[in-house]
Design a protein around this ligand. Structure first.
Ligand SMILES: *Cc1c(COP(=O)(O)O)cnc(C)c1O
Length: 464
């Protein structure tokens, strides 16, 4: 499989190159040249198979012959062995035709473990073979950082710098990152928002000299390998509910458009799917874009679902590239508009083609809180605020007629990651699962830095 950039000037890349580079040289995001397709029979055969086996079958075509099948099998086994539930990604029914897909049984209690644990395996193998070192620099709104740190701690060939917005991640999220003491792990609290952190990482990437000097790689959801790994649970969930004979809508709590783009990938690979529904909190740039066609980042507002407090939704560029028929000149043009004017506008027919496959709804803070309360009252179940945003969107999609058949809402985090918000909404304080119960007694380690590119680069250079 070969990869090309959404902006057209970086082409013919191998999977390994794309894995290690993250962002393309022209600032675009990598996409496979063509979508591999799985037959009905192949998808059917996933029913009842262990998660790791389905994972291998789904990701193999994206890797091609770059990693031998038996090694890939062992990587998938090692990655998904670390989940606390025997089904890895179990489903629970929450309405007559509504299910939650529980993606919170990994070591850091959010869906990002699915991609990151596989990424850790891939990095270790590929860097070992090439005898190279990599410095990962990543921005996190809370969950990516913890998952990356957990997956990469102690690896010999990888140094990890994770930037989080100071005071804007929950204490549980922060401690999952800062209480890890392996020498290859470095945490930085940035005096700014998540979008500031992401902008710093993007600028460091854009600086070729700096990038070469530290051997910089990416673990943010711009990294293609993460998207690929996340396509897997769309297949396992659909087949355990009667797919591919039956098509589902998926409702996905969305920030950077990574997880929902993985659903789109599963669909392009042949999984029958109804609507893909974006769910956002008050940071509703994607809802506004799908409503009116203008992508206009605004000031980020703080919500109780901090992992989605995002106004610059990086992976949306991948969807735009698809909607524009991979016209890289047109994509580059829109991205130039965004840089120069702070916004871009999609033409009516492009917007219409996106709307055929995607819907988008936002949940306000009171709606999110009341959903947590209602689910608790009705079922005794505690859900996290991101999942609640998903359920609010699912309800709105049904009320407006956009979703009428069976639907799966992705439950992206464990309630114990956001105990204050959950307790405020339900009166019950969720407990951390076994293994994490001493988290608040552990010692933290992190640096606090201003939102300043030069200072950040200096810090990373001197520590790597
Ligand atoms: C990262 C995250 C999201 C958003 O996922 P994207 O891939 O950025 O759209 C939603 N919920 C939780 C809990 C997350 O950690």
């Amino acid at each position: 499989m070969r990869y090309l950039s959404t902006r057209g000037h970086d082409t013919g890349r191998s999977f390994t190159e794309v894995l290690l580079k993250g962002l393309a040289d022209d600032g675009g995001l990598f996409l496979p040249e063509t979508w591999p397709s799985l037959s009905r029979e192949q998808i059917d055969s996933f029913t009842g198979r262990p998660y790791a086996e389905v994972a291998q079958a789904v990701v193999a075509p994206f890797i091609g012959d770059e990693i031998p099948a038996d090694i890939l099998r062992e990587m998938c086994k090692a990655a998904y062995r670390r989940f606390a539930h025997p089904a890895t990604a179990p489903l629970t029914q929450v309405g007559p035709t509504d299910w939650l897909l529980e993606l919170s049984h990994g070591p850091t209690l959010a869906f990002k473990d699915f991609a990151m644990l596989l990424l850790g395996q891939l990095f270790e193998h590929v860097l070992g073979e090439k005898n190279e070192r990599l410095t990962i620099v990543g921005a996190t709104s809370g969950d990516t950082g913890a998952a990356a740190i957990e997956a990469l701690r102690g690896l010999a060939n990888v140094n990890v710098f994770i930037l989080h917005p100071e005071g804007r991640v929950s204490e549980t999220q922060r401690r999952m990152m800062t209480c890890v003491h392996e020498a290859n792990i470095h945490n930085i609290a940035v005096q700014g928002t998540f979008d500031d952190c992401q902008a710093l990482v993007k600028e460091m990437f854009a600086d070729e000299t700096f990038r070469a000097e530290i051997g910089m790689g990416a673990i943010n959801s711009i990294n293609w390998a993460r998207i690929m790994a996340q396509a897997v649970y769309y297949f396992t969930s659909a087949t355990s509910l009667g797919g591919p004979a039956r098509a589902f809508s998926y409702v996905v709590p969305t920030g950077n458009f990574g997880d929902i783009f993985a659903g789109y990938v599963a669909k392009r690979m042949g999984l029958p799917m109804d609507v893909l529904c974006v769910a956002t909190n008050a940071n509703d740039i994607l809802v506004r874009t799908l409503d009116a066609g203008t992508y206009l980042p605004q000031e980020t507002v703080r919500t109780v679902s901090p992992s989605m407090d995002i106004q610059v939704s990086s992976n949306f560029e991948r969807l735009i590239s698809e909607a524009l028929g991979r016209d890289s000149g047109a994509v580059a043009h829109l991205m130039r508009d965004l840089k120069q004017t702070g916004a871009f506008t999609l033409s009516d027919n492009i917007l219409a083609s996106i709307r055929e496959e995607f819907a988008a709804y936002a949940a306000s803070e009171p709606e999110c809180e009341s959903m947590m309360g209602r689910v608790c009252d009705l079922t005794g179940r505690l859900i996290d605020p991101h999942t609640a945003v998903g359920l609010v969107a699912a309800e709105k999609a049904r009320a407006s007629g956009r979703i009428s058949g069976p639907a799966v809402t992705l439950s992206t985090a464990h309630p114990a990651k956001f105990p204050d918000a959950v307790e405020a909404a339900t009166g019950k304080r969720p407990e951390l699962p076994a293994g994490l119960q001493d988290l608040f007694e552990r010692e933290e380690r992190f640096s606090v830095l201003p939102n300043d590119l030069a200072i950040m680069k200096q810090h990373i250079l001197s520590a790597s």
